[in-house]
Design a protein around this ligand. Structure first.
Ligand code: TYD
Length: 133
């Protein structure tokens, strides 16, 4: 079921010095990581995303703080609240996403299956919906 959005539990190593969580390509996520980026210093009330991708798969982690990710698969909408560093949200290709409600100091870490390519973006919701008909 790798084509469904889902929360992935990222193994954590706990000791008295703190926690360490590990993501390994093809082991606990269903793609090879080609790119890593992160959103930070997001002003209160700002919204990110507002697009889908033709090919790109991603894992989104709240490395710090919390935020909401709203996904649309062309038929229905689902909201995920990310607030723990040892959980990631897997987002398959052709999924519309919006990210909002960032807490102060939140860091949104994104592991991506492809290099940056503007031609992979679908930035119109109408065009995204039309892709399913
Ligand atoms: P965008 O993906 O629209 O941001 P978000 O989905 O987080 O709201 O990207 C914002 C800008 O950053 C856009 O001009 C493209 C640029 N960008 C890169 O140059 N490389 C990247 O890897 C990403 C993700 C974005």
């Amino acid at each position: 079921m790798s084509s469904e959005p889902r929360i992935i539990d990222i193994p954590a190593v706990h000791d008295k010095r703190g926690n360490l969580s590990v993501v390994e390509s093809g082991k606990n996520i269903p793609f090879a990581i080609k790119r890593v980026y992160y959103l930070y210093d997001v002003p209160g009330g700002a919204k990110r995303g507002g697009h889908a991708h033709k090919k790109l798969q991603q894992l989104i982690i709240a490395a710090s703080g919390s935020f909401d990710v709203i996904l649309h698969n062309g038929k229905s909408r689902e909201k995920f609240t990310l607030n723990r560093s040892n959980y990631g949200l897997y987002i398959p290709k052709m999924t519309w996403r919006e990210i909002e409600n960032f807490s102060s100091g939140a860091v949104c870490l994104v592991l991506a299956s492809e290099h940056y390519d503007e031609s992979d973006y679908i930035r119109s919701f109408k065009e995204f919906k039309n892709g399913f008909s």
